[in-house]
Design a protein around this ligand. Sequence first.
Ligand SMILES: [Fe+2]
Length: 383
Amino acid sequence: MGIECLFMHPNRVIFGQGSVEQLGDCVKDFSGTNAFIVTDKGISGLDIFDNVLSALENSGIKYIVYNEVDANPTDKQVEKAAAIYKKENADVIVAVGGGSSIDTAKSLGVLLENGGAIRDWEGIDLFKKKTPPTIAIPTTAGTGSEVTPYSVITNTAENYKMAVCGWKLIPDVSIVDPVMMASMPPKITAATGMDALSHLIEAVYSQYAMPQTDALAYYGMKLVAKNLKKAVDDGSDMEAREGMAMASLMGGMAMCAGCGAVHALGHQLSTQFGIPHGMAMTIMMPPVIKFNASSAPDQIAEIAVALGEDISGLTKEEACLKAAEAVAKLGKSVGLPSTLTEAGADPNLIAECAKYAEKDGDLPANPVTPTLDEITDLYNQVL
Ligand SMILES: [Fe+2]
């Protein structure tokens, strides 16, 4: 290991089909009587949202629904949520949604207990007080935000994404119920599932990898290989949904080890061209895996095995190549693009992306730091 490692996870993870029914009891465990639900308009209009409300009603818990979270949540939305939370005397936060709603809920908790503005807490462990009791219920299988110590919020004054980080914002309880994910359309299932795979892959070659995250990551990869295509092809296949829900959860927990160049390069594609995060991960994984092969050959050869490839008789180099090919094959099989132009990127702006990627906070965890020229080359390989 060599580098100091810190493994973090929530106090409780309740997993399984129908587990959302336990929400009322979870709120009561915190002596809560008035839940503040953070979600978006899309989710609050779906049938699955009724599962959340009836779980609270059955336990006699009052609730307020704040459903103004955007795909890219802002500091203003967090501030507005905090004002309503205080006015309504809510006492427990319940996040229902994808990464955006869960991240908003985490930052809301930071603001409620620590005051100031959310930009004051940008960085790692800068806020001192733990969030109010927070329960996260993911509706996508990908971000793993229900178990991570990160929250990404847009700073509207300066128009950039701030990361508020610290173990004190990990939700106290994560209720991971595959039924809550069953209405995800195939495209979102595919892209978010590949995002989960990117967390699992980047965790094992990270500079901060540790035995706990390795164990989660390799098992999670096997689940993705077995279940992603099935979940995309038939959204009602609950066994596949359950497999992907667990893979995403494991990816979130493995993320204690950090992310690497796939995320550093992929972030810029979302900022510059609006390419969805999971799609950007899908495109950048194969070239980055090949680039990292000489620095982390054992870990990457093992990725090939976890993804179901036979590497017997191959050299380490060949096995690493198999890992990159297996990821590319999986992305293609679920209908995601494999090149930047296919995804809508402007080739003239690649140099700009490379400059930002070089400064991205995820780059230092990569097993080897690519130079600006190497970053540009990684983009060019998938142009
Ligand atoms: Fe990601």
